[in-house]
Design a protein around this ligand. Structure first.
Ligand code: AHR
Length: 500
C-alpha cells in the first residue's frame, strides 16, 4: 500500500493554463494537411482549417499555440505569407524535407486558427536571418490599430482590426539553427531586437520570450540572464520568459529508436530520460534565481516531448512518428512535473500538435486519429488555471539496473470548479499498486475517475482508432474519509474529488 498525502489547505502556486500549450511548425504535415487544407479542399473545413481537427483540439482545450517554428522561424520572412495567396512567394523549406513552402498559411491564417481554437497566440520572430525592422514591422502589423503603414497593409489584406499577440519569441535555438551564436552575442542581440517589439496595447502587453538553453547548457542561462534581466526601472524589464528545449530521445540523438517497437529496458530508459527534465528545471531555476529572486521571468519549456526514428517509409525530414502508451506516460509524467514547478514554469509547449513528433492528433487524408497523448492532455485539462496543492506520494524504485525510476508520479490541484484533481502515473509495465489517499482538512463527498490504460505498445491506427482511449474509473472507494484504489500497471489516472 502506497500513501498519497494531500494538504488541501496549502496552495503552492497558480498553474498557468499555458503549461499545457502546443507548438505547430511549418514542418512535414503539421500545418499543411494536418491543420490547414485550404478553402477548396474536399476535407470539411472552415476558412481552410480542418473541422475534425479543430473540434478535437477544442474539446481537449488548447490554451496557447506557438508558431511558425522552431528552426523554421529563423528563416521565416512574414511578408511572404500575406496578401493574395496566388501571389505569395513559393520557396524551399530548407530545414524540413526541402519541400516547397507556398506560404498559403501565414499570419492571417494563424490568427484565424487561434480564433477557432479559442487559444492564446505565441508568435516566434526571426532573429537569426531577419532584421530588426522586419521584426518590428511584424509586431506593428499584428497589433497596431492606429494610422501606420503596417496597420494600413493589414487592412488592405482584409483585417481592419488588430490581433492580440500574447507571447512573442525573439529567435529560436539561436545557439544552433537560429544563427549558431554564443550566449553573450545572442543576449546583446536580444536586447536590441526586443527594444522594437513595441507594446501598442498596455492593457494586453506582449510577453517577450528570450531564447534559452538547449538541455543542460547552464552557461547559456547564466549569460542571458546576466545580460538581459536587469533593465532600467521605468521599463518593465527586457524579458518575461526564457525558453528551455528538452526532447526525450531514448536511444540518444544518433539512434533514437522506434516509436512502436521497443522492449521493457527501452521503456524504462525512455521514462528515466523524461524524468531528467525535473533536474533541468531545478538547475536552470537556481541560476535564474540568482538574478530574479521574485520569479518575474517564466521558464518557458516551449519544446518538449518524445523524438523517435520516423515511421518507416515516410520522409525523414517530416519527423512523423506513431504514439503509444509510452508517450502517454511521458506526457503524464511531464505535466505532473510542470505542475509541481508552476512557480517558475509558466508555459510549456509539446512538440508538435499534429503529425510531427509527440503529436496529439495524426491524420491521413480525410482520416484523423487521437493519440494516447491526446487523451492525457484531455484528462489533465482540469489543472488549467487551478491552484497547485501540496502533495506527496510514497514510491519505490523500479525498472532495470541501469534505469531506476519511481513507480508513481502525481500532482494535485484545486480546480477552478472547486474540486480537487489528482493525476497519477503508474510507470510499471506490469505491476498494479494499491494507494491510500489522505486528504487533510477536507471531507470527501464524491469521487469520479478516468483512466488511460493498456499494454506498453498499444496505439491507435487509422484501421483501429480506438485501441487506446480514456475510460471511466469507478475503482476508488472512500473508506474513513480516505481514498482507496488500485492504479493499474502502465496507466495514467485522473480522480476528481468533491469535498466539503
Ligand atoms: O521540433 C523540431 C525542431 O526541434 C524545432 O524546429 C527546433 O527548434 C528543435 O531543434
Amino acid at each position: 500500500m502506497f500513501k498519497l498525502f494531500v494538504n488541501t489547505k496549502r496552495q503552492m502556486g497558480h498553474i498557468n493554463p499555458e503549461i499545457q500549450g502546443h507548438f505547430s511548425e511549418h514542418l512535414g504535415r503539421c500545418i499543411y494537411e494536418g491543420i490547414y487544407v485550404g478553402e477548396d479542399s474536399e476535407i470539411p473545413n472552415t476558412n481552410g482549417m480542418r473541422n475534425d481537427v479543430v473540434a478535437a483540439l477544442k474539446e481537449m482545450k488548447v490554451p496557447v499555440l506557438r508558431w511558425p517554428g522552431g528552426c523554421f522561424a529563423d528563416e521565416y520572412h512574414w511578408k511572404d505569407g500575406i496578401g493574395p495567396k496566388e501571389s505569395r512567394k513559393k520557396m524551399i523549406n530548407t530545414h524540413w524535407g526541402g519541400v516547397v513552402e507556398d506560404n498559403s498559411f501565414g499570419t492571417h491564417e494563424f490568427m484565424e486558427l487561434c480564433k477557432q481554437l479559442g487559444c492564446k497566440t505565441y508568435v516566434n520572430g526571426n532573429l537569426g536571418s531577419g532584421t530588426v525592422q522586419e521584426m518590428s514591422e511584424w509586431v506593428e502589423y499584428m497589433t497596431f490599430d492606429g494610422v501606420s503603414p503596417m496597420a494600413k497593409l493589414r487592412e488592405e489584406n482584409g483585417s481592419k482590426d488588430s490581433w492580440t499577440v500574447d507571447y512573442f519569441g525573439v529567435g529560436n535555438e539561436n545557439w544552433g539553427c537560429g544563427g549558431n551564436m554564443t550566449p553573450t552575442h545572442y543576449a546583446n542581440e536580444y536586447r536590441r531586437y526586443q527594444t522594437y517589439v513595441r507594446n501598442y496595447h498596455p492593457e494586453r502587453p506582449i510577453q517577450k520570450i528570450a531564447c534559452g538553453a538547449n538541455v543542460d547548457d547552464y552557461n547559456w542561462t547564466d549569460k542571458v540572464m546576466d545580460t538581459c534581466f536587469q533593465a532600467p526601472a521605468w521599463l518593465h524589464g527586457f524579458m518575461d520568459g526564457l525558453s528551455l528545449h528538452y526532447y526525450t530521445h531514448p536511444g540518444g540523438w544518433e539512434n533514437k529508436g522506434s516509436a512502436t517497437d521497443f522492449d521493457e529496458a527501452m521503456w524504462y530508459q525512455t521514462l528515466n530520460k523524461t524524468l531528467y527534465i525535473e533536474e533541468l528545471i531545478n538547475h536552470h531555476t537556481a541560476i535564474m534565481d540568482k538574478y530574479d529572486k521574485e520569479h518575474k521571468v517564466g521558464l518557458i519549456v516551449d519544446e518538449w516531448g518524445t523524438w523517435f526514428d520516423v515511421e518507416p517509409g515516410t520522409n525523414p525530414g517530416f519527423l512523423y512518428q506513431q504514439n503509444t502508451m509510452r508517450d502517454a506516460l511521458v506526457a503524464g509524467i511531464n505535466l505532473n512535473i510542470f505542475n509541481k514547478h508552476c512557480d517558475r514554469v509558466k508555459m510549456a509547449n509539446i512538440a508538435q500538435m499534429v503529425n510531427v513528433l509527440q503529436s496529439v492528433i495524426l491524420t491521413e487524408g480525410a482520416k484523423m486519429i487521437l493519440t494516447p497523448t491526446y487523451h492525457v492532455f484531455k484528462m489533465y485539462n482540469c489543472h488549467q488555471g487551478a491552484e497547485l496543492l501540496d502533495s506527496y506520494v510514497e514510491t519505490v524504485k523500479i525498472g532495470t539496473e541501469k534505469d531506476q525510476v519511481p513507480n508513481l508520479t502525481e500532482s494535485v490541484s484545486l480546480g477552478t470548479d472547486g474540486k480537487i484533481h489528482i493525476t497519477m502515473t503508474n510507470l510499471s509495465v506490469n505491476e498494479d499498486y494499491e494507494i491510500e489517499g489522505l486528504l487533510a482538512d477536507a471531507e470527501v463527498t464524491e469521487v469520479k475517475g478516468t483512466v488511460l490504460v493498456n499494454e506498453m505498445h498499444a496505439h491507435n491506427t487509422f484501421d483501429a482508432p480506438e485501441v487506446v482511449k480514456a475510460e471511466s474509473f469507478d475503482g476508488c472507494k472512500v473508506v474513513d474519509n480516505k481514498l482507496v484504489f488500485t492504479i493499474p500497471a502502465c496507466s495514467v489516472l485522473h480522480l476528481e474529488v468533491t469535498v466539503k
